[in-house]
Design a protein around this ligand. Structure first.
Ligand code: IYR
Length: 224
């Protein structure tokens, strides 16, 4: 018998997937996801707002600490705002590449061919800016903390990116550092902190990606 609770519960019996079908689906999912690559050269081709709305809806289904759902997803389409974001990001990145990142970090980035130019911030049809909500302001003016905010927002963002890939879109998980300029440019409230900046769209027709490789199952797992 289920334990009685002060809060309402309801039955949950999602449709069972037969094991053979489970194997097939997980294999297909892996094959599809293994094709995903981070993209830095975008086509300006538009992506319908309805698609972005669905991706954000998917993100909102992620598990979160105490079901606080401590996230806000800002979708930026305005060319003027994208330009402001690019200018501010490039300012920080110029400083970062020239002075802030230690030689070892620059060495690790060399195979990716990145630099302080962030044209994709203007070219991609959408910029998704993910904010984590540290606390929730209460009606009486007090604050109530959220739990496992980084983990929760990471999961939600992962859900969103998986859905974007499945929808046939390309993206980059961009982390200009520091990114407080996003709080300012998007006029976000004090309880929100920028988490990730994600240009999303189609790759440019001549887009290239670095020839890098993924670790194998053996490399990333241990079995007991
Ligand atoms: N934020 C910089 C540097 C950078 C850092 C990491 I770690 C990367 O995987 C890629 C880039 C930039 O976006 O160029």
């Amino acid at each position: 018998m289920p334990v009685p609770s002060a809060y309402p519960f309801r039955p949950y019996q999602p449709l069972r997937v037969p094991v053979s079908e489970m194997e097939r689906r997980s294999q297909l999912r892996y094959e599809n996801f293994s094709q995903r690559r981070s993209v830095r050269d975008f086509s300006p081709e538009p992506v319908p707002r309805a698609v972005i709305e669905n991706l954000i809806r998917v993100a909102g289904t992620a598990p979160s600490g105490a079901n606080k759902q401590p996230w806000t997803f800002c979708a930026v389409q305005s060319p003027a705002l994208k330009k402001q974001i690019r200018v501010a990001a490039e300012q920080e990145e110029t400083e970062a590449y020239a002075h802030r990142m230690p030689p070892e970090w620059l060495e690790d980035l060399a195979p990716l061919g990145t630099d302080s130019h962030k044209e994709f911030l203007e070219t991609a049809p959408w910029l998704l800016v993910v904010f984590r909500r540290i606390y929730e302001p209460q009606h009486d003016g007090s604050q109530r903390n959220n739990y496992y905010v980084n983990e929760s927002v990471g999961l939600a963002t992962g859900f969103l990116l998986a859905a974007a890939h499945e929808a046939g879109l390309a993206f980059l998980t961009h982390t200009p550092s520091p990114m407080n300029f996003l709080t300012r440019l998007l006029n976000r409230p004090k309880n929100e902190r920028p988490y990730l900046l994600i240009p999303i769209g189609y790759p440019a027709p001549d887009a290239q990606v670095p020839d890098i490789h993924r670790k194998s199952l053996e490399d990333i797992s241990a079995w007991y």
